[in-house]
Design a protein around this ligand. Structure first.
Ligand code: PMP
Length: 371
């Protein structure tokens, strides 16, 4: 009798065989500085407002939510007008369950089999996953040594690959690097040369933390119908648990996303939470200001101790260089401080926490790295 041939029990798609789910380790330690969350929980008045609006939404949960969430899109447009000085119509806004889903929608609409998406490493490690999920070919270039984008290299890559999507994080994760508008404009010019069209996505998940004088790519929207600027309430608003990401783009681009989203993808509860939090934007933005100051002080502190630190426009800092970064990461963890082992070899990334959390990180690092 011949030996039975082993047949797979589950017909997994070949591209996900052996692939681990994305995510940083979730450990129960006193100082969580590993996933770039806002360390400040919503203030009591924000919690109260959210609870009241959720209660009111709960009264009609037998009904599907507003599929087009126009009220939320109006509120997001009003917020961006204050935050970036850019006036947008509600039809130019789109939202989903986190900016991860927003960007997945972009790849669903503009990627797909036979098409290519490109980005430039080191960058956010979910990008290739959106490509994989949509059977889009993934091509990755490199950022320059200082983590900026070499526009000539980008233009050459776009000309060679003819992508239908270019994904650029600004400020970039894990480096913190923001792109000047001239760089984004150069990428848009290169994208204009792709015969089938090319959408340039600027992922501004950390946009609110940019340093004074750093512009937002939102300013480029009026002149560029193929630009999409993605934002999130996970970081500046301190609402990572609520899952609300959004983007701004030309109405025709947003219309394409309406085709690929699942029906009623944004729950009435999510819409209520987001709208309540947006009413508190001024107070929440004041907190962003103190996180920015805390970030700048941390960069100075690390440099004073002889470490190399990437300039940061985000709520985290990439620093190094360590011969054995894992040993440093582990040493910090042993002292109750969880940061992220990410980025090019030798670098580590720490999120900006409360002053108390930052102090714990500094104390632990002084011991572990013998600073
Ligand atoms: N873009 C970047 C660059 C990020 O770092 C993250 C989260 N870490 C996201 C997008 C996604 O965030 P969310 O889905 O919570 O909006």
């Amino acid at each position: 009798m011949s030996a039975p041939t082993s047949r797979p029990v589950l017909p997994l798609r070949p591209e996900i065989v052996g692939v681990a789910p994305y995510g940083a380790p979730q450990l129960d330690v006193p100082y969580l500085l590993n996933v770039n969350e806002n360390p400040y929980a919503p203030a009591p008045d924000v919690v109260e407002d959210i609870a009241r609006d959720v209660a009111s939404a709960a009264a009609t949960l037998n009904r599907y939510p507003d599929r087009d969430f126009l009220a939320l899109r109006e509120d997001l447009a009003a917020y961006l007008a204050t935050e970036s000085g850019v006036t947008l119509a509600p039809e130019q806004l789109w939202a989903a369950n986190g900016s991860n889903e927003v960007m997945l929608h972009l790849l669903q609409a503009f990627g797909g089999p036979g098409r290519t998406a490109v980005s430039f490493a080191p960058t956010y490690s979910m990008y290739p996953e959106y490509a994989r999920a949509t059977s889009t070919t993934w091509v990755e270039g490199r950022r320059a040594e200082d983590f900026s984008l070499d526009t000539a290299a980008v233009a050459a890559m776009v000309a060679a690959e003819q992508p239908s999507v270019v994904l650029l994080a600004s400020p970039n994760n894990p480096t913190g690097t923001a792109l000047p508008c001239e760089t984004v404009e150069a990428v848009l010019a290169a994208a204009a040369g792709v015969p089938g069209g090319c959408v340039v996505v600027v992922d501004e998940a950390y946009g609110e933390f940019r340093r004074t004088g750093t512009p937002s790519a939102l300013e480029l929207l009026p002149a560029h119908p193929n630009l999409a600027v993605s934002r999130t309430m996970s970081k500046a608003f301190g609402l990572a648990g609520a899952r609300l990401g959004y983007l701004a783009a030309a109405p025709a681009l947003v219309d394409a996303l309406r085709v690929v989203r699942l029906p009623y993808h944004l729950s009435a509860v999510t819409q209520a939470v987001a709208r309540a939090a947006l009413r508190h934007a001024p107070a929440l933005m004041a907190q962003v200001g103190s996180l920015r100051d805390e970030r700048d002080a941390l960069v100075v502190w690390l440099r004073e101790r002889g470490l190399t630190v990437a300039d940061s426009d985000a709520n985290f800092v990439l620093f190094g260089l360590f011969d054995d970064r894992h040993a440093v990461w582990q040493g910090l963890l042993d002292r109750g401080v969880l940061i992220r082992e990410v980025g090019p070899p030798g670098w580590l990334r720490v999120s900006v926490g409360t002053p108390e959390e930052t102090a714990a990180f500094k104390d632990a690092l002084v011991e572990v790295a013998a600073l």
